[in-house]
Design a protein around this ligand. Structure first.
Ligand code: SAM
Ligand code: SF4
Length: 325
């Protein structure tokens, strides 16, 4: 359905858990506590919400977290979601560490894409940024997924301290058929504690190495990335520049936290508690109707734009792992 600004909302980012096996400094450093298990939606409850979302025209689902693959049964959940009538795409975003264990299942169920977060190829820098992650495991998982024919995208947050990694990361799109996307650091949660780079800074570095880099002028996937191509690269280079090229005018997404809070915009803490509805004890039919009703209202009232440029107006104070980035 459309919101009051005329945007079609057809994409839901669904967080399976706020827990994670890494501690990325801009997302979930050591200090962040996890919510209790009882507070987290059960898979059946998530599927009920997805059914109501489908009735409103939301047919693309991104599975996120926290780290979604730390939750037991994540692959079975994705299979069940993918099998629901009307679902157009189910994609996953992961840090990749647990991917090897579930990759065969994901390939078998026909996952529509996997985004792997990877900010540095330098082993010690990666470990320092993530609180101890082993980059070689992520790289192996990335290669394996690409070999298996999965649509793979690498997501790298643009940090001042990883500027020297822009070219090594981009080179992954030269050796493998994967898109490499650079994400501007957003001032959400611990994102305010690090210094980020802008798309223009990264583009300048990339243009020196790939002088033929040109805007691809095509939409790839369901997200807001803009893409560039070079004859030297198999995949595309993408940018998700929420700060310097706000894409709110074409925003198509909602977020559902692992505790069932539906968020129309990343920037504000407004939203609706869908967990209270699915746990209301009412009949399945009534729950289905109630979910549609409150989701339709939340969609209609989706804010026109984020306020990253005026940081005192940001009312969202949860960390990115709690929101479902
Ligand atoms: N654990 C999974 C992963 O790392 O892909 C999924 C959840 S993680 C929150 C999703 C994405 O959000 C990752 O690509 C991560 O780098 C990104 N992210 C986290 N905090 C961010 C921030 N403040 N600004 C921009 N991206 C951020
Ligand atoms: Fe975990 Fe992903 Fe956050 Fe890193 S970005 S701490 S991998 S949820």
């Amino acid at each position: 359905m459309k919101d009051k600004w005329g945007r079609t909302i057809d994409y839901l980012r669904l967080s399976l858990t706020d827990r994670c096996n890494l501690r990325c400094r801009y997302c979930m450093p050591e200090a962040v506590a996890s919510v209790g298990h009882e507070a987290v939606l059960r898979y059946e409850e998530m599927l009920q919400i997805c059914r109501a979302a489908l009735a409103l025209g939301i047919d693309c689902f991104k599975i996120t977290g926290g780290e979604p693959l730390v939750r037991k049964g994540a692959a079975d959940f994705m299979r069940a979601l993918k099998a629901m009538d009307g679902v157009r795409s189910v994609t996953l975003t992961t840090n990749g560490l647990l991917l090897p264990e579930v990759l065969p299942d994901l390939v078998h169920m026909g996952i529509d894409g996997i985004n792997i977060s990877l900010d540095s190829l330098d082993a010690s820098q990666y470990a320092a940024l993530t609180g101890g992650g082993d980059v070689s495991v992520v790289l192996q998982a990335l290669k394996e997924a690409a070999v298996q024919g999965v649509n793979v995208k690498v997501n790298a947050v643009l940090l001042a301290e990883t500027q020297a990694q822009i070219l090594p990361l981009a080179a992954l799109a030269g050796s493998l058929p994967v898109d490499v996307r650079f994400i501007e650091l957003m001032p959400i949660g611990y994102g305010t504690t690090l210094k980020g780079l802008a798309e223009a800074d990264a583009l300048a570095v990339l243009r020196r190495a790939y002088p033929d880099l040109t805007a691809a002028g095509e939409r790839r996937g369901n997200g807001p990335a803009s893409y560039y191509r070079s004859r030297s690269l198999k995949g595309c280079i993408g940018f998700i520049a929420a700060n310097t090229h706000a894409f709110c005018v074409s925003c198509n997404r909602l977020r559902l936290t692992s505790t069932g809070f539906l968020k129309p915009c990343l920037c504000y803490d407004d939203g609706v508690d869908l967990r209270a509805i699915v746990r209301s004890g009412k009949s399945m039919d009534t729950i289905y109707q109630d979910l549609q009703c409150v989701m339709a209202e939340a969609i209609y009232e989706k804010p026109a734009k984020h306020c990253f440029a005026e940081q005192d107006h940001i009312s969202e104070h949860k960390t990115m792992n709690q929101i479902g980035g």
